[in-house]
Ligand binder design. Structure first.
Ligand code: ADP
Ligand code: ASP
Ligand code: MG
Length: 416
């Protein structure tokens, strides 16, 4: 019997691999129909595009025009979810359950207009309640949104997790289930670090750091929303039975935090590009102008390094951005550098990755940073940039060294 939380609705999200073939879609539909027959009546299903489909659409857009407007990009890349929704609803019908598919505009998943990284503002659940009254299972497209002007938006790569948690919040669900191709959240990507262990219970804070530092299993904004609205997130495998191990992400008691491990996870983000601006005139306000321009183009900047060259009275600025923002950032900065003068240069460096250790226990354990650097040095891994906070230490390294660095850090901090 499926365990319901005070008869509250449940949102189940199925990711790309989980719906990657007709057979897999039918398997998911079988599981959902079975639970529906056992009493899970108020369930909403969120699906991603079939695996590989969104990448294919991204390649089509950049193949036709790498400088395409983000409005056109969103219109193209959101299309994969439409097919997946319709196939899932049809598969449920085949299992003998009525089902309706909804795209973002049909339901009213309203976002701001920041194309390719839009944020959800509101979700109208009226049609979902109506479905439940009539015994229909609604299937909702993840990743997509619509602006108040009916423009199609997307939430950023991996954004279906965020669609699901936002929907769970809007429905006041008991929890949001993220069904994926691993058993839950591990201490590191199990595909990179074979010794990684499943974490059965995880605090929102650690999950958020891990997600925002590149652990692909959860979109970081879905964890942000979960934490803000105290919506428990269950991460489990689509391919395992209901009683199999899984991860529960929620707020645990302060008491447990005191005993939190120093390092609870190692993350690897391959999606790192370092931009450098050299020979910038050392003028007040110039640095603010650079980051203002970048922010206005909707690009998130991560690690920043600023050096002043006293002799030439010039400034060198280095910062990292996500690879998907490279073309836009470069176009914009190159134009601006030309305006500043021929000596100002803008360069981009690929082939980098960010490896981080994350843990609430770091707050009360000094010396973690020096240990990280010692481990990396022993492995012969050169560090290009460093960034720290109370609960994480990130190092930008050559992408070729990143997996080795992850395994060494995991061995030193988690397997010790
Ligand atoms: P989905 O298509 O279901 O959204 P994703 O590919 O986006 O799935 O995310 C699942 C993948 O995340 C796993 O296959 C795994 O390789 C990767 N991953 C990265 N870090 C972790 C981690 N700490 N724990 C579990 N999986 C991780
Ligand atoms: N299909 C989208 C992507 O590949 C959204 C998702 O998978 O969550 O990024
Ligand atoms: Mg995903």
């Amino acid at each position: 019997m499926y365990h319901l939380v005070q008869d509250k609705p449940v949102v189940q999200k199925y990711g790309g691999t989980s719906v990657g073939s007709l057979e897999r879609i039918q398997n998911v539909a079988r599981r959902v129909a079975e639970q529906h027959k056992q009493g899970l009546k108020k369930v909403a299903i969120v699906v991603s595009a079939m695996s590989g489909e969104t990448n294919r659409l991204v390649d089509l857009v950049s193949g036709i025009n790498p400088h395409a407007s983000l409005r056109n990009y969103d219109m193209a890349v959101s299309a994969g979810e439409q097919v997946a929704v319709a196939l899932m609803a049809a598969a449920l019908e085949k299992e003998g359950v009525a089902s309706y598919g909804f795209l973002a505009y049909q339901l009213g998943i309203v976002t701001d207009s920041l194309h390719s990284k839009a944020r959800i503002r509101d979700i109208d659940c009226t049609k979902l309640y109506k479905c439940w009254e009539e015994g229909i299972i609604p299937v909702v497209a993840g990743f997509q949104g619509v602006t108040e002007d009916m423009e199609i938006t997307t939430l950023g790569r991996g954004g279906s997790d965020t669609s699901a948690v936002a929907l769970a919040v809007a429905l006041d669900a008991g929890f949001c289930e993220i069904n994926t191709d691993v058993d839950g959240v591990y201490t590191a990507d199990p595909r990179v670090v074979p010794q990684a262990k499943l974490v059965e219970e995880m605090d929102f804070e650690v999950a958020l750091e891990m997600a925002s530092l590149g652990s692909k299993v959860l979109h970081s904004r879905c964890v942000e929303l979960g934490a803000k609205y105290q919506m428990p997130i269950i991460v489990r495998s689509t391919f395992q039975p209901n009683d199999h191990q899984r991860t529960r992400i929620m707020s645990f008691q302060a008491q447990r935090r005191l005993e939190a491990p120093v390092v609870s996870g190692v993350t690897l983000d391959r999606n790192v590009v370092r931009m450098s601006l050299t020979h910038l005139p050392s003028k007040p306000g110039l640095i603010a102008t650079v980051f203002d321009k970048i922010a206005k183009s909707g690009v998130n900047v991560d690690i920043i390094v600023h050096n002043k060259h006293e002799e030439s009275d010039s400034v060198r600025l280095g910062f990292t951005i996500g690879a998907a923002d490279l073309v836009r950032t470069q176009d914009m900065l190159q134009r601006w550098c030309e305006e500043l003068g021929p000596q100002v240069k803008c360069t981009a460096e690929r082939g980098l990755a960010k490896v981080s250790v994350v843990g609430l226990g770091m707050q009360s354990h000094p010396g973690v940073a020096s240990q990280v650097f010692t481990v990396l040095e022993k492995e012969g891994v050169a560090i290009h940039m460093i960034s720290t906070s109370e609960i994480k230490i990130s190092s930008v390294v050559a992408e070729a060294d990143a997996e080795k660095a992850s395994r060494a850090l995991h061995a030193a901090f988690i397997e010790e």
